[in-house]
Design a binder for this molecule. Structure first.
Ligand code: SAM
Length: 290
């Protein structure tokens, strides 16, 4: 008999786990959301509609997938754990617009023939309750992929969401903030308490929305070397930008050149990196690497 309760109904989730004798793997970031209203709200803020093609990361037993399937044209869900892939065949059987891939999301080849149709999708978006242990690599991989997605709506550790949305001069502002802000507009949509997960994680979470900008915030010739430069500037937070870059860029006899470059950029080398905007970082980087 068909079960009309949402998969994320706490009793139904527990029953499924018992039925398949599933023990959660902490190492794979397995915390299931068991509050249907939050999942529904997440799909609302993601703006998924009948024209949307959704990439979902880590469907688990299908809690979020089900809400996405009810609104989207198509859902492609990537799950690393074979046990859940088997369960999804049953829990998602009422939906014919979901395709489940048994794959590590970090190893997906988006240039493969089977994904070429994504290039022409009208409204490609990513929606996920992320496995927290690989939040940053997942997001950076997606941003750097050639996928033409419009928006990423992702549930993650609150602290990481705060870093990704941090303002210059604040404690949370770091190289990750700059890596994200380079080509995305970031905002926290709402906070999710730890009490709505099974098992309960140690920290609260937040839904972060990243919208792709039409043009990157600054013009950079090589984004990888720019990011390495910014990371170097943040190596030791307590030190000045000068002290961080001095070790990274120069041998003793090149120090004078670096000092001149700071003067040319009109940036005080005694400032801390967290006080520099992305525009100032780009300006300094261009002078140092020209
Ligand atoms: N979507 C479900 C929900 O909202 O309740 C489960 C979310 S749970 C936080 C994260 C899911 O990501 C788990 O199902 C886990 O097995 C899966 N996962 C972990 N690492 C992964 C990876 N590298 N690639 C794809 N899925 C992964």
């Amino acid at each position: 008999m068909r079960d009309d309760r949402p998969i994320s109904n706490p009793n139904r989730t527990i029953e499924i786990m018992k039925q398949y004798d599933i023990k959660m793997k902490k190492s794979l970031g397995q915390n299931f959301l068991v509050e249907p209203q939050i999942l529904s709200k997440m799909v609302d803020v993601s703006q998924v509609n009948e024209k949307s093609t959704v990439i979902e990361i880590g469907p688990g037993i299908g809690a979020l997938t089900e809400f996405l399937a009810q609104k989207a044209k198509k859902v492609l869900a990537f799950e690393i754990d074979q046990r859940f892939v088997d369960i999804l065949a049953t829990t998602l059987s009422p939906y014919d617009n979901v395709e489940v891939f048994h794959q590590d999301i970090l190893k997906v080849d988006w240039t493969a023939e089977e994904f070429s149709f994504l290039q022409a999708e009208e409204d490609l978006v990513v929606v996920a309750n992320l496995p927290y242990y690989i939040t940053t690599p997942i997001i950076m991989n997606l941003i750097e992929s050639q996928l033409p997605f419009k928006r990423l709506t992702m549930l993650m550790q609150k602290e990481v969401a705060e870093r990704m949305t941090a303002q210059v001069g604040t404690k949370a502002y770091n190289s990750l903030t700059i890596a994200i802000h380079y080509q995305m507009d970031a905002k926290i949509s709402f906070i999710v308490p730890k009490s709505v997960f099974i098992p309960k994680p140690n920290v609260d979470s937040a839904v972060l929305i990243l919208e792709r900008r039409q043009h990157p915030r600054v013009e950079i010739d090589n984004i990888n070397t720019f990011q390495a430069f910014v990371q170097a500037a943040f190596t030791q937070r307590r030190k000045t930008i000068w002290n961080n870059l001095r070790h990274y860029y120069t041998s003793a006899n090149q120090e004078i050149e670096l000092a001149d470059q700071f003067i040319e950029a009109e940036i005080d080398p005694q400032r801390r990196s967290e006080t520099l905007s992305i525009e100032e970082f780009a300006h300094l980087y261009k002078i140092i690497t020209k």
